[in-house]
Design a protein around this ligand. Structure first.
Ligand SMILES: [Zn+2]
Length: 301
């Protein structure tokens, strides 16, 4: 079976270019720019692709007062043609509403439609924008921080300390039994009928494998063995990476929901899963989620 998300990068992050501001300015002038605004991305009219801005568009939007100056982050060069890409994180100062303005959508909404290059650009842009927006102050002295190294880090304006973007590790597990059924759970906060794989955050001092065993046991009450790595997917909501595994249990009959986070669990054969999806009694996780890819991989094995 193939990996869940093992594709090679379409981008060259070109870290060696980040330290020279004159070079970054030249690249910005000819860049395709991903606009992150109020938690959304600029998208095409039919909201299936990113809508790239040019440096002149950005200058005009700032001059008109429609958007604030924001921050620029260098994303790298297209591996194929060396086209430079940047993210521009800038909010709409006049926006009073939670409704998406025309031409903007969340990554969750459009993630299932983007091709590999655009998905990579969107994930990188949203992850950087989320981190920069929530780290305006130095964790050591509390002074203001500023963007440095083309957006790869922030530095403290007072003590010059460097601050690196944080990514929170979370494991996600597809549990199987000896009969090749899978165990899915439903969280209390999800809509009726929505089921997915088990997942949880890595704790300090824990290996991924220990985290898999702990999370599955906490949420479903069963022990697992044969923990195999499947792949990983950035999940910048707001700052995670999902590390995906499959695991086997010898005690399928012992499975029971923890009653807090997980309120319902189901063992499913391929036939059962397909028929429950067809009759509407079970809904799958969204197309861009790693859980959906893990379930699909098993379904088509
Ligand atoms: Zn400081």
């Amino acid at each position: 079976m193939s990996a869940v998300n093992g594709q090679v990068s379409k981008m060259d992050r070109a870290g060696h270019l980040r330290s020279n501001q004159a070079t970054l300015d030249e690249l910005w002038a000819k860049a395709k720019i991903v606009h992150c605004s109020d938690g959304r991305l600029a998208v095409s009219l039919n909201a299936t692709e990113l809508r790239f801005l040019k440096a002149t568009d950005v200058a005009e939007l700032i001059k008109s007062g429609e958007f604030n100056a924001g921050e620029k982050y260098f994303l790298g060069l297209d591996q194929l043609d060396s086209q430079p890409y940047f993210a521009w994180s800038s909010d709409h100062p006049k926006s009073q509403s939670d409704d998406a303005p025309a031409g903007y959508a969340t990554l969750r909404d459009i993630g299932g439609d983007l091709d590999e290059l655009q998905m990579e650009l969107a994930l990188h842009s949203v992850a950087l924008s989320n981190w920069h927006k929530t780290h305006p102050h130095c964790a050591r002295c509390g002074a203001q921080t500023s963007v440095a190294m083309g957006g790869a880090i922030r530095t403290c304006d007072t003590d010059k300390s460097e601050h690196y973007p944080r990514t929170d590790s979370a494991v996600i597990v597809l549990v199987r039994d000896a009969n090749d059924r899978i165990l899915l759970g439903r969280q209390a906060i999800w809509p009726e009928g929505r089921f997915s794989c088990f997942a949880g955050f890595l704790e300090p001092g824990e290996t991924f494998e220990q985290c898999v065993q702990r999370e599955v046991f906490e949420e479903s009450g069963i022990a697992v063995r044969e923990i195999n790595y499947l792949g990983s997917q950035p999940w910048p909501f707001p700052a995670s990476i999902m590390i995906s595994f499959e695991a086997i249990t010898d005690f399928p009959e012992a499975a029971r929901p923890d009653g807090e986070e997980i309120v319902q669990i189901k063992w499913l054969s391929r036939t059962e899963l397909n028929s429950q999806v067809a009759d509407g009694s079970l809904s799958m996780p969204p197309a861009m989620s790693v859980s959906r890819k893990m379930i699909d991989r098993w379904l088509h094995a």
